[in-house]
Ligand binder design. Structure first.
Ligand code: HEC
Length: 392
């Protein structure tokens, strides 16, 4: 067996992506937590801290202080938090490239939706990233920035529409990743193009003793708040490839919208935890959204009327041979694979019977197999599999 360089490189980049993502989001969660837990003096005097906090971790005591204005003498080493965000985005983009662009015909394109050539699908995907960012950035600079509630609702609707559009253009699984990467691009763009540059201006003004324009702080705050609420939906999307019942429900966008709402509600609950405001409704809402995500997309699926007559196992065997065993066999014939993907084999009758539930999940209720629908498996063939599996 030779070394599969492509897969090793993918492994290393994915590893990096997870590590930098944890560092970024971990720091972001930590600072939100810190802000929520600071003990604030009623009226801080000039030069005095606006809040402070003691904590214990790893055998030592930590004493944080927060200043809204410049400390009387600016410390020599001021720590910034930005490389976590940049490297998360870079590694994410590389992963997108190595999986969904390099393997566009298998992973990005679903020929039963749009018969894109790889370059067309890749251009559409990149166009959505760039367009999404430019549009979002313009919205952040528009008068809408003064109405954060309406802004948030509009942003949610726009992203859901992107999910619908991506679902029409790309494979179900790629559609989720496309939206996740769009949100990730907005989050990293916020850090790179806005939060950090604005902070630099503010720091420079403070050091020079100039009055600070509050608009910089407000703009950074708005974007940082968006980032805060976008985290949980993005994290779900990044794990969604393991859960074909979400993207493959036939109404992937709806499931995504509901799960995202659950994530946003959970985030809001935690943001409110240290305030007097009622928070239980948000915990409850998260549960309701999750239950809705489990049930709505399936309930709304168009009922299929199986028009299949008598089915013999021969029919099933033939369909699997036509559409699956080029990859899922001891010695795959598909040019991409030297061994069966995920070690999953369907090349004997016994294996087909043993894994009927998995076949149902990926090729009947979900339709992400065969990958990219390269062999153009028809709905009628999927119905034959369904009827056989149900009758077994
Ligand atoms: C072009 C190659 C290819 C073809 C053809 C293909 N698959 Fe797959 N299959 C994959 C890859 C790659 C994976 C692993 C990645 C994933 O889970 O999405 C996979 C994973 C699976 C899994 C998950 C296995 C596990 O244990 O995680 C199932 C089930 C599956 N395929 C079923 C099918 C069925 C049924 C067909 C035919 C209708 C089919 N596949 C056709 C490439 C293919």
């Amino acid at each position: 067996m030779g070394i599969s360089f492509h897969t090793w490189i993918e492994l290393i980049i994915r590893w990096l992506h997870v590590i930098t993502g944890i560092a970024w989001i971990g720091a972001s969660f930590y600072f939100v937590w810190l802000d929520n837990n600071l003990e604030r003096p009623a009226k801080p005097k000039k030069g005095e801290a606006d809040g402070e906090l003691w904590s214990v971790h790893g055998g030592g005591f930590y004493h944080n202080k927060k200043y809204m204005s410049a400390p009387s003498n600016m410390p020599e080493h001021l720590h910034w938090f930005k490389y976590e965000a940049y490297f998360t985005w870079l590694s994410g983009f590389l992963l997108m490239g190595i999986i969904y662009y390099y393997g566009a015909s298998l992973y990005l394109i679903d020929s039963s939706k749009m018969a894109f050539a790889p370059w067309q699908a890749i251009t559409a995907s990149m166009g959505m990233f760039a367009g999404g960012w430019v549009f979002y950035d313009l919205l952040c600079k528009s008068p809408l920035r003064k109405k954060p509630g309406i802004f948030a609702i509009l942003l949610f609707i726009l992203l859901t529409l992107s999910a619908v559009a991506a679902g029409k253009m790309f494979s179900d699984r790629a559609a989720y990743i496309q939206v996740g990467a769009m949100i990730g691009t907005m989050m990293a763009g916020n850090v790179f193009f806005n939060i950090i540059p604005n902070q630099k201006i503010v720091v420079a003004d403070l050091i020079a003793g100039r009055p600070v324009n509050p608009e910089f702080g407000k703009a950074a705050k708005l974007r940082s708040m968006h980032n805060n609420y976008m985290t949980l939906p993005v994290l779900f999307i990044m794990t969604s490839a393991h859960y074909p019942m979400t993207y493959g429900s036939g109404m992937g966008w709806l499931g995504l919208a509901l799960i995202s709402l659950a994530g946003i509600a959970v985030r809001h609950y935690f943001n409110l935890r240290h305030t007097e405001k009622p928070k239980a409704p948000f915990a409850l809402a998260a549960i309701i959204f999750m239950i809705a995500a489990m049930t709505f997309p399936l309930a709304l699926q168009k009922p299929t009327t199986p028009t299949v007559g008598e089915i013999s196992f021969e029919n099933v065997r033939q369909i699997i041979d036509t559409h699956c065993t080029a990859c899922h066999a001891q010695n795959p014939t598909h040019e991409w694979y030297d061994e069966a993907p995920s070690g999953f084999l369907l090349d004997t009758d016994a294996l087909i019977k043993q894994y009927k539930a998995l076949i149902m999940e990926r090729a009947v209720t979900g339709k992400d197999m065969p990958l990219g629908n390269e062999t153009k498996m028809t709905d009628a063939e999927r119905e034959i599999l369904r009827a056989w599996i149900k009758g077994e």
